[in-house]
Design a protein around this ligand. Sequence first.
Ligand SMILES: [Zn+2]
Length: 328
Amino acid sequence: MSEPVIAYLAQERDAILDRLKALIRIPSISTDPAFAPDMQSARDFLLARLRDAGLTDAQQLEGDGQPAVFASWTGAPGKPTLIVYGHYDVQPADPLELWATPPFEPTERNGRLYGRGASDVKGSTTIAIETVAAFLKITGGCPVNIKLFLEGEEESGSPSLRSIVTRHRDLLAADALLSADGGRASTTIPTVGVGGRGITALEISLRTAAKDGHSGRYGGAARNAVREMAALLASLHDDQGRIQVAGFGDDALPITNTMRAAAAALPFDEAQWYADFGGLPWGDPADTVRERTTLRPTIEVNGMWGGYTGAGTKTVLPAGNYPPRGIG
Ligand SMILES: [Zn+2]
């Protein structure tokens, strides 16, 4: 059933690419109010395409902020309903001087398309829309009922996603959700991710004295807050990267042989993976790198500050791992 659809998509490649480029040219930056007209342009562009593709119910879903774009095709009674998530907003493009070509002028280089949002996530959103469009055009329908939900605030923390979903609960009802966002495991093998790691963020403050001291006067005889924080953070793992926090991950899903087999099924070169970003190996040697990055929970330090971090040096004995309140 899907072969003629795939053939049609291949034949339409240039037209699809042109539509993706047109979408990338719209600077739909959700976090900056100056781009509000462009956000509307992006919604209008998508609504027109969805209607043209034969989806029904194409509309903006209002919440407390940037509306989402919605459309559906529900011509498969008795079949499940799949809702596909994408987003039409992008992150700000600065620093502009680091772009080889203008961020909102999509440019093809070495078989890749460069432009703000080309990857995250106008490209994958376009794939979702164009795949549904091709099914409707070639076979007159989709194998399942389809709803498309394209958010406008993903890159600014989804502040009104909850209000949109609450207000349009019935319209958004579905049996399963497929996200067009997120990385793909391979550029050549079609993959579907069936889970992702969530995140809990903590900020830890630590104080060892009432005020910063002079390291020449107090050093060697008083606790240094930055050193204590480094020791505390280092105690989260052993020196190979096994997490040492009691109880951490105890309620995580147990890893089954099926999960390990799925993680191993995709070609993956560990050495090349490290070489690609110049990274150093870390983590429990009992798990493969793929398992460590997809199946296991992790504890990461995202930032650390304290003491003096400006130009030159300063003989400070930090009292806390946060901007000092003045030296005593
Ligand atoms: Zn995204």
